[in-house]
Design a protein around this ligand. Structure first.
Ligand code: FAD
Length: 431
């Protein structure tokens, strides 16, 4: 058995692990041009290549941060934005953008202050981090090295990976959550943290598709309703989330129906609360307003105008009020309208257009969700340093923590901010 002693071992070379390693490579080599010949930091990655998840972020384009200032940024962080504050001020989204641009990766800011590499290639973000690690002799990166066990004894951590045991004075766990386990993030860090004495807040999927009742059949295929809705993309609609009969969240924007259920920006935004409520066996429903800028009375007036030519059939009026591709799914969701007299159906139309209701029965699980809600309890981690309050020298960063963000670059910025703060403190770097 080989045993080597490092100042810091980082477990997991995803967004957080790579950022911690790249940040240390650059900072330590610039502070000490004669730094020791042997790397002081070991970065262990289970997969044959680092950052499989980072490479698929933002549909392969990587929305690496969000350029909003803290006051607006923090609204998108859950469940405790305050926990991130020190880390964010230590390495903010502007610091993140400057960091990548100084390393030769030009960036661009798109709608909603979302930041992407100008090349629109997530691989370029990974390569920038990996190349800056390889350019210095500060961090030893070992891929294909799944960590099986970690332990702590008399001020030292022992990390078993691939038949070898490595030891270190400090340990940074950046093993991610459980979303998309095929990328390597399958929840190993929860076990390590638990064995070292930490509490894990139950991990559940977030930013995921919500499955309406009668959308997917028992054998997993789409029902007639599911098939009629799949592929539909709605723009500028309003969505209300109902829990146990009360509205708890209302959002405006775009929504998609896919083979998983209701997703897209709006679906994802309500999914965090919806999934948490389903897990607790609460009643979850969604109500879609297809005409959010008009009141029922205004729609009624419009119907009056449209039918002044004499044609007041339901299908004719729907053709005037909705995009063509929405008419059949709308009728599939409101089958009662075609079963009643035309005048009665037209009378009910304004209400139906503003209240397309879905009972939500399920959600798409970890296999295809974007992020994990839950993880290492924030109560047991110092927000000033990311160090464990239980074991000295143990640090956490990234999605492994009970901290997650909305879509828009927030999750990667969580990973980058917490990773740089943890790395800085683990290596006792001055401000
Ligand atoms: C499809 C998809 C698209 C996304 N798009 C965006 C986006 O555009 N913008 C955004 O902000 N966020 C996005 N996210 C979320 C974001 O990718 C994650 O929140 C972020 O990658 C978390 O970083 P992390 O380093 O904590 O974990 P990860 O990036 O998951 O990295 C964890 C690493 O640890 C390794 N590991 C796990 N266990 C072990 C072990 N036992 N030994 C050694 N290594 C181990 C894993 O192999 C992995 O490489 C997306 C997520 C998904 C799934």
């Amino acid at each position: 058995m080989e045993s080597s002693n490092y100042k810091l071992i980082i477990v997991g070379a995803g967004a957080a692990g790579l950022m911690a390693a790249a940040y240390l490579s650059i900072t330590l080599s610039s502070q000490d041009s004669n730094h020791s010949q042997e790397p002081q930091v070991l970065l262990l990655e289970k997969m044959p290549r680092a950052a499989r998840k980072l490479n698929i972020t933002g549909k392969g384009r990587c929305n690496l941060t969000n350029a909003r200032h803290w006051d607006e940024f923090c609204i998108h962080i859950h469940p405790n934005p305050n926990f991130l504050k020190s880390a964010f001020y230590n390495f903010s989204s502007s610091d993140c953008m400057a960091f990548f641009e100084q390393l030769g990766l030009p960036l661009t800011i798109e709608r909603g202050q979302r930041v992407y590499p100008k090349s629109m290639r997530a691989m370029d973000v990974t390569d920038t981090l990996v190349n800056s690690i390889k350019a210095h002799n500060v961090v030893r990166l070992l891929q294909d090295s799944p960590v099986e066990e970690v332990s702590y004894k008399e001020g030292h951590f022992f990390v078993a990976a691939g038949g070898k045991v490595y030891s270190s004075e400090n340990l940074l766990l950046t093993t991610g959550g459980m979303a998309y386990p095929s990328t390597g993030s399958s929840g190993d860090g929860y076990r390590f943290a638990k064995e070292l004495g930490h509490t894990i807040v139950q991990p559940i999927p977030s930013l995921t598709a919500l499955v309406p009742k009668d959308y997917i059949s028992d054998n997993g295929t789409l029902t007639k309703l599911g098939a009629s809705l799949k592929g539909l993309q709605l723009k500028n609609v309003s969505l209300s989330l109902w829990i146990n009969g009360a509205v708890v969240q209302q959002e405006f924007g775009d929504l998609d129906f896919t083979d998983g259920g209701i997703e897209g920006a709006l679906g994802f935004r309500v999914s965090r609360k919806a999934v948490a409520s389903l897990v607790q066996n609460q009643k979850v429903a969604l109500s879609l307003d297809l005409k959010p800028s008009l009141s029922e009375e205004q729609i009624r007036q419009r119907i009056k105008r449209e039918s002044s030519g004499g044609n007041n059939s339901l299908r004719f009026l729907l053709g005037r009020l909705l995009p063509k591709q929405l008419i059949a799914p709308f009728l599939a969701l409101n089958p009662q309208l075609e079963q009643m007299s035309s005048s009665k159906a037209v009378e009910q139309l304004p209400h139906c257009l503003k209240n397309v209701n879905f009972t939500i029965v399920s959600y798409v699980g970890f296999n295809r969700c974007v992020v994990t809600n839950g993880g290492v309890s924030l109560k047991e981690v110092s927000q000033k340093s990311m160090e464990s309050k239980i074991v000295k020298g143990l640090y956490f960063a990234g999605e492994l923590l009970d901290l997650d963000g909305d879509t828009g670059g927030y999750n990667l910025q969580i990973a980058f901010s917490t990773a740089t703060l943890a790395a800085r403190n683990a290596m006792k770097l001055s401000e």
